[in-house]
Design a protein around this ligand. Sequence first.
Ligand SMILES: Nc1ncnc2c1ncn2[C@@H]1O[C@H](COP(=O)(O)OP(=O)(O)O)[C@@H](O)[C@H]1O
Ligand SMILES: [Mg+2]
Length: 232
Amino acid sequence: MLEVAGFSAGYQGNDVLHAVAFRVDAGEAVMIIGSNGAGKTTLFRAMCGLLSPSAGQVRFEGNDITRLPAERIARLGLRFVSAERHLFPRMTVQENLLLGAYPHRPDPQTLSTVLELFPRLAERRRQHAGTMSGGEQQMLAVGRALMSKPRLLVLDEPSTGLAPLLAQATYKALRVLRKQGLTVLVAEQQVPLAMAFSDRGYVLENGFIRLQGTTAELAAHPGIRSAYLGVT
Ligand SMILES: Nc1ncnc2c1ncn2[C@@H]1O[C@H](COP(=O)(O)OP(=O)(O)O)[C@@H](O)[C@H]1O
Ligand SMILES: [Mg+2]
């Protein structure tokens, strides 16, 4: 479904990603794990059209989407939920959700599905997004992305800024979405959370993919255990 090859990107002419390659097959949940500063956000932004890569290719469902504008990529069915969430704080929860369908008209059936998945958002439909808690805003950011009926959902550190229980709740919703057939790519530095969710993963360190494997393989790897799982 998604294939990234020889992908490099950075800032002011200095690459922070170096020939990154990975793939996501339809129906999979794949994680990119790595510590703060590894390049996860840079990778997703460059992949989703928010930053121009210096080399390499991104293919999505057979189409070359490298360097397409973010809006076109989203319209093709690849939807990115950034760690900052970028909600419209002075609009209501419902207005934020409806805008997620843009440029298409919101589908009432999709809206009900989203509100069913996040009952909290249903309760708070008329509340301004900016007055919601961090966890609720994360739900709203995911819900808004779902309004466009993506086939691949790309999430950058969905646990950021959330108390452990709320981070768990976010992943619980992602598990439901997966069962419904959505393909998910997630970046995390909270590795245990991502591991409890993903089928496969890649380890990004200093802009290089250092390791890859099934979640079970990565969880058993001594380097991963000591660096990311706190096992000595
Ligand atoms: N806007 C920016 N301008 C310059 N350097 C940046 C910018 N954003 C990130 N970086 C640098 O790129 C590297 C990777 O950062 P980032 O992609 O945010 O990593 P991660 O998401 O894994 O924490 C870091 O060294 C960071 O300082
Ligand atoms: Mg980041």
